[in-house]
Design a protein around this ligand. Structure first.
Ligand code: PGA
Length: 247
């Protein structure tokens, strides 16, 4: 695993966006897995700048997002489809038909999840998956206790995650309690994984992911089983790391 420790959010955005841009430039129809949350916003800002100022071309790119709340329509400001449209897709030359976010309003969740997996497979798999990490070590909405071999499915959010997400909703009651998420097994099939973390609150989860045992208690620890993982993290999120990481 590679660990890049950066001094600022801006630097995190530039480091991670440069890795993504290299992929996009090297391979037509690059398949990019993306994440929502506060953490990747500087990366999306930098990708937009690269598109506008350095002609980074998204026209052949295919996107798969990690997750979506069950029960929120794409027009809801807290839905992850809305987030992606407003933080990235609307500002680059991507074909909307090539952007995939699980449908939180689907009437048949099981079939929808199977089709999501099959669509990823049909395009040859994900080239690079961007991840954030929850305070509890979740990746996507794979909460502690998720099978390390799990696939795209409906899950219940933990009280801790509901609490963490309540900062975006008027009341705790309005925070969705369920979501559709790619599984840990799905994530591990990506060719390359780019993990982002920032803030002291993430330090324990980052240390457990990198140095702890591989355990369902910290879903991100499953990344230790993947051959090509890069962590791009700010200094405050790196304080728990004791080892020197080599690929
Ligand atoms: P955050 O969320 O980027 O808003 O901290 C990350 C996560 O919960 O996966």
């Amino acid at each position: 695993m590679r660990v890049v420790v950066v001094k600022s959010l801006e630097e995190m955005g530039k480091e991670a966006a440069a890795i993504i841009a290299d992929g996009l430039r090297a391979k037509p129809h690059y398949v990019l897995g993306l994440a929502t949350g506060s953490t990747p916003i500087p990366v999306y800002k930098e990708l937009i700048r690269l598109h506008k100022e350095e002609d980074l071309d998204f026209s052949p790119t295919i996107i798969f997002n990690l997750d979506e709340y069950i029960g929120l329509p794409p027009t809801h400001e807290q839905s992850y489809r809305y987030f992606m449209d407003h933080e990235l897709f609307n500002y680059v030359n991507i074909a909307k038909a090539n952007t995939h976010v699980p449908d939180g309003m689907t009437e048949d969740i099981e079939t929808h999840c199977m089709v999501y997996e099959a669509t990823i497979e049909d395009v040859g798999g994900i080239d690079c998956q961007v991840l954030g990490i929850g305070n509890n070590g979740h990746i996507g909405f794979n909460e502690p206790g998720s099978s390390l071999a799990s696939r795209t499915r409906a899950v219940h959010l933990t009280d801790e995650t509901i609490q963490a997400n309540s900062r975006f909703f008027p009341t705790l009651d309005e925070v969705p309690k369920r979501a559709i998420t790619m599984g840990i097994g799905t994530i591990l099939e990506a060719e390359k994984i780019l993990m982002l973390a920032t803030g002291a609150k993430k330090a324990n989860a980052v240390a457990a992911a990198l140095e702890g045992p591989v355990t369902v208690k910290c879903p991100a620890s499953a990344l230790q089983l993947h051959p090509d993982v890069t962590f791009v993290i700010t200094e405050d999120a790196a304080t728990g790391i004791t080892l020197k990481f080599r690929s």
